[in-house]
Ligand binder design. Sequence first.
Ligand SMILES: [Zn+2]
Length: 325
Amino acid sequence: MLITRRHALGNSAFVLTGVVLAPQLAEAETAAFKQRTQSPGLYRLKVGAFEVTVLNDGFFRLPSAMLATNIAEAELKEFVKANHLGTDTFLAQMNVVLVSFGDRRVLIDPGRGGSPQSTTGRLAASLQAAGIEPASIDIVVFTHAHPDHLWGAVDTKAGTMHFPNAWYVLSDMEWDFWSDPERHGSFPERWRGMIPGTQAAFKLITDRTTQIKPGAEILPGIATIESRGHTPGHMSVLLDSNGEQALVIGDAITNQLISFAHPDWKPSYDGDMDQAVLARRRLLDQATTDRILLLAYHLPFPGVGNVARDGSAYRWIPEHWRWDL
Ligand SMILES: [Zn+2]
């Protein structure tokens, strides 16, 4: 039997005739029921002996036109519309990665920070929901020093660090690039507005910061990989334990559709767009060949999944939600 919308509506109207809704229903609406956010932004998995917790720091929107600068505007608009990416703006999440093993805790890219009203800066609440004290974090690693990865480490107004006992790690090139932008003739004009906030954050963490060469191992099984392009000192982080691997990609791969289906499209938020394409293709190739799980900062929460080859491009395969570790 063919059920039309008209039939369905007719039936439900018939069924509900004479039904009186229980008056206690409204009173039963608890604070939890009325809450207008999702459950705590946590997702847990194991990578060998590492316990990984993905912690939500919120989200933000950027103009969709930023997604590709080297193709016709009409082509990008058509792709964006066909894939429901958002006509004028697209959504970027912030999936912060915590790696725990023994009594060590390493946090990678601690978010954007923000006021209680903003859509960012939710890492503190996510850490609390996970039962993790900020003071227990030993090492904070930055893939790069853009605001949405760095500023969540500090409260520049109060002049404090959110992770007071941590050592901070980033690449020497990245530190240099933001500390002394005038030395870099190619410093992108569009990033100048970020300099004061980034330098203020650097000032607060400088005594506890270790600058490294990309490629260096931070702790056994936690190694950095050079992936410059998005920024000059950008690096990714490879977790390797008991034969299992996961790659924390940072902003080398930023969109669940475009970065995979069109890795050569050049988003305007990449500093050196040609280098960014090379880095993206290198990581996608490595992740596909070695079947490495990706932990993706800006992809839909929790940003955990695999990558498959699709002709000369790739496909993002989000993993099935794990209900148990
Ligand atoms: Zn970012």
